[in-house]
Structure formats: structure tokens, C-alpha cells
Design a protein around this ligand. Structure first.
Ligand code: GDP
Length: 132
């Protein structure tokens, strides 16, 4: 997962991590860091033809993010349920995006969309000695 710059600017790191651990996720790796433009382009490569790509890269690089590796049974789908829909207007009550997101673009958190991508994204953010 990532906590995105909008949520960090608003001081929501602690509240979001609290919701994540209360939902039964174990934190296996955690860091506050900032993506370079090159990092963000690589991370969101799949969206490079989308009209919002430039805005997404600007947003994700404008300040620090928190990256974490989480562990739980059914982690990918349970985490997507916990964060809610991409657009906070459509997100269910009580979800992280409903509570903390600003807009469809500035939506507070990222969650991997498959186990395969979770592994790729874990290696993107962390070296082996940072994973517990
Ligand atoms: P996610 O899996 O729920 O994060 O959603 P997607 O994979 O579809 O999109 C990746 C990220 O791109 C989203 O979390 C948003 O930050 C951003 N994004 C998606 N759709 C839009 C959009 O219509 N406008 C803008 N500005 N950003 C968007």
C-alpha cells in the first residue's frame, strides 16, 4: 500500500495506519519516502495513455508518501474493500477513501490490485533487509 501525498499533507498517516492494523493487517515493511518523477512514471506505467497521467505523476511526486507491505489472508481483496472505490464519492461509508480522500485523483491511498502486482510493488519500494 501507499499513503498518498494528499493524506500526508492533511496529517492522516496515524489514522490510516490505525484503520489498517485494526482491520487485521500485519505491517511487514514501512517507510516515509518521496517518489521521483522517474519512480512515479514506472510505478503507474500501466496508466501512461490515460488523460489523467500527467496529473497523477505531478500529484504522486509533490510530497512524501508512506509505503508499506501488509500481510493478511485475502489481503488484496480485503484491502480494496477497506479503502473503498477509487472515487471517494462512490466509496462506501467508513472506508479509508470515504473518510480521507479529496477527489478521484487525490484519493489518499493506493492498494495493489493483484497478488502479482503486490509482489512487484513490494520490491519496487523495499529491499530484502527492510522486509520483516
Ligand atoms: P485504484 O486501483 O483504485 O487506485 O484506481 P486505478 O488503478 O484505476 O487508478 C490509479 C490512480 O490513478 C487512482 O488511484 C487515482 O489516484 C488516479 N486516477 C484514476 N482515475 C482518475 C481520474 O479520472 N482522474 C484523475 N485525476 N486521477 C485518476
Amino acid at each position: 500500500m501507499m499513503i498518498k501525498p494528499d493524506a500526508i499533507e492533511k496529517g492522516h498517516i496515524g489514522s490510516i495506519l490505525e484503520k489498517v492494523t485494526s482491520a487485521g493487517f500485519m505491517i511487514k515493511a514501512l517507510k516515509l519516502t518521496q517518489l521521483t518523477k522517474r519512480d512515479a512514471i514506472k510505478f503507474y506505467e500501466i496508466h501512461k495513455e490515460r488523460p489523467f497521467f500527467d496529473d497523477l505523476i505531478k500529484f504522486m511526486t509533490r510530497g512524501p508518501i508512506v509505503a508499506a507491505i501488509l500481510e493478511k489472508d485475502n489481503a488484496v481483496s480485503d484491502f480494496r474493500t477497506l479503502i473503498g472505490s477509487t472515487n471517494p464519492v462512490e466509496a462506501a461509508e467508513g472506508t479509508i477513501r470515504k473518510l480521507y480522500a479529496t477527489s478521484v485523483g487525490e484519493n489518499a491511498v493506493h492498494g495493489s490490485d493483484s497478488e502479482e502486482n503486490a509482489l512487484i510493488e513490494s520490491k519496487f519500494h523495499f529491499s530484502g533487509r527492510e522486509i520483516f
